[in-house]
Ligand binder design. Sequence first.
Ligand code: UN1
Length: 506
Amino acid sequence: RATAVPPTTDEVRARVRAALDRVGATVPEGTGLAARTPITGDTLFELRADTAADTDAAIGAAAEAFRAWRTTPAPARGELVRTFGELLRAHKADLAVLVTAEAGKIASEALGEVQEMIDICDFAVGLSRQLYGRSIASERPGHRLAETYHPLGVVGVISAFNFPAAVWAWNTAIALVCGDAVVWKPSELTPLISLAASHLLDRAIAATGAPADVHRLVLGDRAAGERVVDDPRVALVSATGSTRMGREVGPRVAARFGRSLLELGGNNAAVVAPSADLRLATAGIVFAAAGTAGQRCTTLRRLIVHEDVADDLVGRLTAAYAGLPIGDPYDDATLVGPLISDRAADTMAAALEQARAEGGEVLVGGTRVPTPGGAYVRPAIVRMPAQTAIVREETFAPVLYVLTYRTFEEAVALHNDVPQGLSSSIFTQDQREAERFLAADGSDCGIANVNIGTSGAEIGGAFGGEKETGGGRESGSDAWRAYMRRATNTINYSDTLTLAQNVSFL
Ligand code: UN1
């Protein structure tokens, strides 16, 4: 399929400037950080990076703001998030322009990312009147047991390039209604969307009279993230990124008895059973595997298909892949934009080479689309003889490995036999099989779906995964509890002191 020619760097810069102007955000010009676009691979602006002292000061200011914020009534905190959500609605298109410029997402997915931000604000506003604790039956007469949820402190949010704004919003909207202050260290690959989103929150803070430092943005590289991770004033570190990053962050935060919430790698699979509706499965698989150019943590990376339907399904998938429009992510017709960097394209090429060495056959894609700049690749489907070493790894690019199975037990065993545990799905019309996939001895992931792909979760559910994915849960359901501290209260309203467990003393 003919590819849409990407715009020039000057064209991208002009769009970005206009979007930033409409939002009202200014770019701190200086040195230390380059805002780049994967659309052409070039630099858009040189920015001033925050120093170590700036980072420490931001954490200190947030800690100070927390002291006032924690006693602001939760529904009043919700008012800040409601106002922020309205600004997001008004600037949805502007933010999407920036997401496309820095992360390379196609237009509809960039708008979808901003929609997730709006949705989580709505959720958080409702939550601001529902931070419920339990009331518990006491074993003693004249006593009452209850639990109270209190604000936790400063939340450090470390976010990744691929969801440069939504994942921050999940954390921040919830943390703010929970009475926490937030220090945000975004990916150094996406400073402009961070500046814009943070500026809109600052506008909401000013409009509602919340403490100015209840949110602080820190722009910098890995060292800035490390300061957030190691600072004892940061009560919770919520970090999204690679398993390698999480392996460092988790123990460092634990060493100072801080809390961490980790959203790390995924190696998500779909099982396709003989009864599956293959038309629906094809659509679900193509979006999950090739959408966002394979750069979601929920991207479908492994297909475990019953041998009776494998040829039919693979035929449909290769045909769909051959027609995927690749190129300018601002063009509405494009479905696959650029990878984040040349390095990502090299990693993809190396993975395909290893897959071949391990007996794999590339059925479609895997090559680079020639463009003057930017890393545009054709999403690949690779048939594998077994779940070899490369299949067990997360390669952050559009590579879908196909494995076949004979029995359901074999499919589940293959499914769970990877180190990661984020998202999973089964395509089947057999209800027993669907339920077995969702049961205790079925999928071992934090997300398990039926007749829908692995990616594109709604914000209403808790988001996160097991094993090397890190165990954290963000976004909806009761994920808010991670952002608060729980106090258990025993109240004696009798005139006698009764000890628990029938202990007698004095
Ligand atoms: C991520 O890739 O880090 O479920 C988050 C999804 C999106 C979020 C992905 N709602 O694909």
